[in-house]
Design a protein around this ligand. Structure first.
Ligand SMILES: Nc1ncnc2c1ncn2[C@@H]1O[C@H](COP(=O)(O)OP(=O)(O)OP(=O)(O)O)[C@@H](O)[C@H]1O
Ligand SMILES: [Mg+2]
Length: 237
């Protein structure tokens, strides 16, 4: 069953003496795109790592809710989480199709071949490139594949850390549309980006971190670029 809500409560993360996150509270809801913003080193990727269950918080809790029931962080929960991180998490010696068929199999997705091609259509990885090994891909092509990989099991919690990096204009537009679709499908979406223009229109929820602390939260269904830039400059700079 899909997740309906995720509650981040008083989450802190230390790396030795360094406090990457301090007492962060965030509520994420189904059908909303959360833009997680802030300067370099603010703790955004750390928070995404914690939301993905790959990084353990030093303090506080993350509660994953399905319907009205809290879920434990086990394999069944992880199947609901799609992650695009800095590393593509794909195999260089395999083609795009082979990578997606592999991950589809891992998650028990029906008809892996058809699913692989449908996803590659969505992210706009063209027919010939699909059958080449991934290590021959350009930066943007790897990014497109990494996005397809994050979507393979139809996650209800989609975590995208700088997904626009390396994408050309067409790729960025397609990603914006895909985010709009995930939101319409009722997914919980978190996007970390420095590209305010690319994310503004589909943003429902702005969360700004600065030096590990939550400095601003604002909810509104869709922002203009000017509005989002203004919110960012008032709170993050
Ligand atoms: N594994 C780690 N070991 C030690 N320090 C870390 C580790 N991961 C992150 N940090 C530190 O935690 C802080 C937050 O890092 P994080 O990667 O979450 O920032 P960010 O907001 O994603 O920044 P950017 O916009 O540059 O990607 C930084 O000071 C970073 O050096
Ligand atoms: Mg980061």
């Amino acid at each position: 069953m899909p997740l309906s809500r995720v509650a981040v409560q008083k989450v802190g993360k230390r790396f030795g003496q360094h406090r990457a996150l301090v007492g962060v509270d965030v509520e994420l809801a189904a059908g909303e795109v959360c833009a997680l913003l802030g300067p370099n080193g603010a703790g955004k990727s750390t928070l995404v790592g914690i939301l993905s269950t790959l990084v353990r918080p030093s303090s506080g809790d993350v509660t994953y809710v399905e319907g009205d029931a809290a879920r434990r962080a086990d394999d069944r929960l992880r199947r609901e989480i799609g992650l695009l991180a800095h590393a593509s998490l794909c195999y260089g010696e395999l083609t795009a199709v082979e990578n997606l068929v592999f991950f589809a199999g891992l998650y028990g997705v029906a008809e892996p071949q058809a699913r692989a091609h449908a996803l590659l259509d969505q992210v706009g990885l063209d027919g010939k490139a699909r059958e080449r090994t991934v290590r021959t891909y350009s930066r943007g092509m790897v990014q497109r594949l990494a996005l397809a990989r994050a979507l393979v099991a139809d996650p209800s919690l989609l975590l995208l850390d700088e997904p626009f990096t390396g994408l050309d204009r067409g790729g960025a537009l397609a990603l914006g549309q895909r985010l709009g679709q995930a939101r319409a499908d009722g997914a919980i979406v978190v996007v970390v980006t420095h590209d305010l223009e690319a994310i503004a229109e589909v943003t429902d929820h702005v969360v700004i971190l600065r030096r590990g602390q939550l400095v601003h939260v604002e909810k509104k269904r869709g922002f203009t670029y000017a509005e989002l830039r203004d919110v960012y400059h008032r709170h993050a700079d």
